[in-house]
Design a binder for this molecule. Structure first.
Ligand code: AMP
Ligand code: GLY
Length: 431
């Protein structure tokens, strides 16, 4: 089977690397990829300056691709899965209509409420005056999360600790849209607890749990500094006990898949739940309908079995294949740490430094039994890798214990360098 992964970041590098290790995968292509991926010799990079659906479809047909795996949510929201299906090409991911679970904060919150899933109390607003009212009506909330609803603004979330801070943040959000925000905004109660990401491959009412992981979102050690796309993660979430998984299935996974069927939007693809855990209470913060970054780089090295078949089964709605494609998780721990460029995450228009040469120490392997190097924001100049994005690369190490994986990953990180690099030194520390 020939497979194609769409995207160019660390998550896509990990997906392509893992797919290429499946015995029935004969070739793994990645489009547009990045030049760092050349160091995974099993991958073929289809370098494109612009990625359009028509061009991609032509390539898929020419190469005889049997499965397309989509990385970034953007393609899901644009309906690429629908288009591939129309052309008889299996593509892993939800169709455009079902991807509202991630693309619209408002619709997904209303869906959670309709199907009785525990989530933070919330209000939907479109105008600044409504936002201020919603905040003032809930002085009892222990903080406020303000979330822009529209797809382009998936990252537009601000967590505020007081009414004043929330009102100031709302004012900032509406500053450039005095006539209101068309796609709206969700204002919700802040839930305090521990966050966990859970990943399920789904097909209608069937699902398979893949992994739990914890993402460290803040830029600096001890969870300080601004939010980022994720500075590192560990998997499994050692503190998230097995009995809580049964609760998640009952409270969230089964109601979500049933709800989608009731709405005649049977769900296929990745259901990624962002949960907040407070004692034995679980709250669904958000849905994503794709693989997480950097969680995917973290948990994929732990998965054994026929990954490509499971994704193909979901993409082709093949019940029998889905049932027999069971993945096993190694009884080990994985830690992934991201190295970022100076200026990342580029708050308030701060430039992100690029064009720094990436150096590997002699003897550092890109992949060995316990460690894998995944590239994200890199390009090539005169045959050398240089930085070209905020999230430059990440390393995953796997070991029997979390402490051993931590020791190993930091040793390996010391063997890859670029000027002004930044990384957190406390990924996976603590219980
Ligand atoms: P979301 O895109 O909804 O996951 O929000 C991004 C991040 O904001 C989450 O991963 C949480 O860290 C935080 N967050 C979102 N909603 C809440 C909430 N209701 N309470 C506390 N933190 C939240
Ligand atoms: N790591 C969170 C995300 O991928 O959205």
């Amino acid at each position: 089977m020939k497979v194609l992964v769409l995207g160019s970041g660390g998550r896509e590098h990990a997906l392509a690397w893992r797919l290429s290790r499946d015995p029935q995968v004969s070739s793994t292509f990645i489009l547009p990829g990045n030049p760092g991926m050349k160091h995974t010799p099993e991958l073929t990079i289809l370098d494109r300056s612009e990625v359009t659906f028509e061009e991609t479809l032509r390539t898929v047909k020419e190469l005889g691709i049997a499965l397309v795996v989509i990385g970034p949510e953007k393609f899901l929201f644009e309906g690429w899965v629908d288009e591939f299906q129309r052309n008889g090409i299996p593509a892993f991911g939800p169709n455009q209509a079902s991807s509202f679970l991630e693309s619209s904060k408002i619709k997904s919150k209303l869906f959670m409420r309709e199907f009785g899933m525990p989530t933070a109390d919330f209000a939907v607003v479109h105008q600044l005056s409504e936002a201020i009212d919603a905040i003032e009506q809930h002085p009892e909330w222990k903080g406020y999360a303000l979330k822009l609803s529209g797809p382009a603004q998936g990252k537009g979330v601000i967590v505020c600790h007081s009414t004043k801070e929330a009102k100031d943040a709302a004012t900032q959000f509406f500053k450039h849209q005095p006539s209101g925000i068309e796609d709206g905004m969700v204002i919700e109660e802040c839930i305090h607890g521990r966050e966990v990401s859970l990943f399920y491959v789904c097909m209608n009412d069937q699902y398979q749990f893949l992994a739990s992981a914890c993402d460290h979102k803040r830029l600096l050690d001890h969870d300080l500094g601004p939010n980022t796309g994720g500075m590192g993660a560990y998997s499994p979430a050692t503190w998230f006990h097995q009995n809580l998984l049964a609760q998640v299935e009952k409270q969230f996974v089964i109601p979500t898949l049933k709800g989608m069927q009731e709405k005649e939007l049977p769900f296929q693809g990745m259901l990624f739940l962002g949960l907040m855990v407070r004692g034995d209470q679980l709250f669904l913060l958000e849905y994503n309908t794709r693989f997480g970054d950097p969680e995917t780089q973290t948990f994929l090295p732990l998965l054994e079995g026929n990954f490509a078949n499971l994704l193909l089964a979901s993409a082709t709605k093949n019940k029998a294949l889905f049932g027999e494609s069971k993945l096993q998780t190694k009884n080990q721990n994985a830690i992934h740490v991201v190295k970022t460029a100076k200026g990342y995450p580029g708050l308030f228009g701060q430039p992100i430094e690029s064009k720094q040469a990436v150096h590997l120490s002699a003897g550092m392997y890109y992949h060995d039994d316990s460690t894998t190097l995944f590239f994200a924001g890199v390009s090539e100049e005169n045959g050398c890798l240089i930085t070209s994005g905020g999230r430059v690369l990440g390393i995953t190490s796997v070991a029997a214990t979390k402490a051993e994986a931590r020791k190993l990953v930091y040793e390996k990180l010391d063997q890859v360098h670029f000027n002004h690099e930044h990384f957190r030194s406390d990924i996976g520390s603590g219980s």
